[in-house]
Design a protein around this ligand. Structure first.
Ligand code: PLP
Length: 400
């Protein structure tokens, strides 16, 4: 198998697994049971992991709430803020290209009487395809806007939203900003002091860590933002997320993030270089292919250069004149995605590609490549060759 679907999930790094293993067997205490050493040792591990994660992201340990993943973090941020007893209004602003783990909680709130404004994004073809217009954001903010939620990196086209500028605009109006940074944390530098968001979601399994663990950062400036909890019980995680803590997962999340941050500068260049190779090879195989999302950087050694940034490991291309489903079926041992993996159970074309202006046919005939830590140059070459052969074959069948 050639695995090029690292936006859907990543292989857990062996070093992360090794860090986690003792917490399944020897160190299995409940961090809530501090009346004996087993509990203490587990609590120590949780505390150290929390401190490490906070430090790596420029936060305070008290600002990190562990959850089961980014879906839960997003739900806690959005629903937790919207349903708290005293809030500033009923209006929420987000973006058409957000992940379902933001859009669906918003849909539910809309059914319950909240008013949701989804901003459009810039259209392609454009070097800046996929970002929101900051003036448009300013125009839709209101005195009763209770939250703005904008993702940092898009999971399909890799586009990076200008979160720092968005935070400034929100804060001028006293509105909190939530950021779904699931695809960004561990892949590009994320410094919470610099980003200045109020809430930020991330997840272990997108950064070569384990599945089923994630966190929500909640800024404490003048006291913590008040959120309603979604899961009540033993009062863990400051009462915001009850349930026995997933100690091996938390240790794994900290280990995964540590590795990502250590390797990040070199890894971003390596991935941007592999992506440039993949794109060049694909263009050679299928000269009329179309790049979706923002322009790739001119120089892979400057992976985030350009007016609009893009995740170094992301490539999304559309192949005109082929049947998308047949293309996907033809990929065999090459794991890629034709849309968001999280929504592939539903056959609708990707809402992200539609939002940047792709036709329904081109959306269906798109492939998303997500390169990761274990992707090699050889795999890139084999994948490009296979895509070329498949596209030519499908086109000849079509024309026959
Ligand atoms: N947000 C984004 C941008 C994602 O890409 C994903 C996963 O695909 C999620 C949220 C959901 O994350 P999790 O699987 O940790 O719940």
């Amino acid at each position: 198998l050639i695995y090029l679907d690292n936006h859907a999930t990543t292989r857990c790094d062996d070093r992360v697994v090794a860090a986690m293993l003792p917490y399944f067997t020897e160190l299995y205490g409940n961090p809530g049971s501090v009346s004996h050493p087993a509990g203490h040792l587990a609590l120590d591990a949780v505390n150290q992991s929390r401190e490490l994660i906070a430090q790596l992201l420029g936060a305070d340990p008290k600002e990190i709430i562990f959850t089961s993943g980014a879906t839960e973090s997003n739900n806690l941020a959005i629903r937790g803020l919207a349903t708290r007893p005293r809030r500033r209004g009923n209006h929420i602003v987000s973006v058409a290209t957000e992940h379902k783990a933001v859009l669906d909680p918003l849909k539910r709130l809309a059914r319950e009487g909240f008013e949701v404004t989804l901003l459009p994004v810039s259209q392609q073809p454009s070097a800046e395809a996929g970002i929101i217009d900051l003036q448009q954001l300013k125009n839709v903010l209101r005195d009763d806007t209770l939250l703005v939620s904008v993702m940092l990196a898009n999971n399909e086209i890799g586009v990076l939203q200008p979160i720092r500028e968005i935070a400034t605009i929100c804060h001028e109006r006293g509105i909190p900003l939530h950021c779904d940074a699931t695809q960004a944390v561990g892949k590009i530098p994320v410094d919470l002091r610099q980003l200045d968001v109020d809430l930020l979601s991330f997840s272990g399994h997108k950064m070569h860590g384990p599945k089923g663990i994630g966190a929500l950062y909640i800024k404490r400036s003048e006291g913590r933002l008040r959120l309603s909890s979604l899961v009540d019980g033993g009062g863990q995680e400051q009462g915001l997320r009850s349930g026995t803590l997933n100690v091996p997962g938390i240790v794994g999340l900290a280990a995964a993030l540590t590795l990502c941050v250590q390797e990040l500068p070199a890894e971003m260049i390596r991935l941007a270089t592999l992506r440039a190779q993949l794109f060049a090879l694909l263009q050679h195989e299928v000269p009329d292919l179309l790049l979706s999302g923002p322009a790739l950087p001119d120089d892979p050694a400057q992976p985030l250069a350009g007016k609009v940034g893009r995740l170094p490991g992301n490539l999304n291309v559309a192949f005109p004149h082929v049947d998308g489903e047949a293309l996907m079926m033809s990929m065999g041992h090459i794991a890629v995605s034709s849309g968001s993996a999280c929504t592939s159970a539903s056959p609708e074309p990707s809402h992200v590609l539609r939002a940047v202006g792709l036709s329904e046919d081109l959306t269906r005939a798109s492939l998303r490549f997500g390169l990761g830590r274990f992707t090699t140059e050889n795999e890139i070459a084999l994948a490009a060759q296979a895509v070329g052969q498949n596209v030519r074959k499908l086109r000849s069948l079509r024309d026959a």
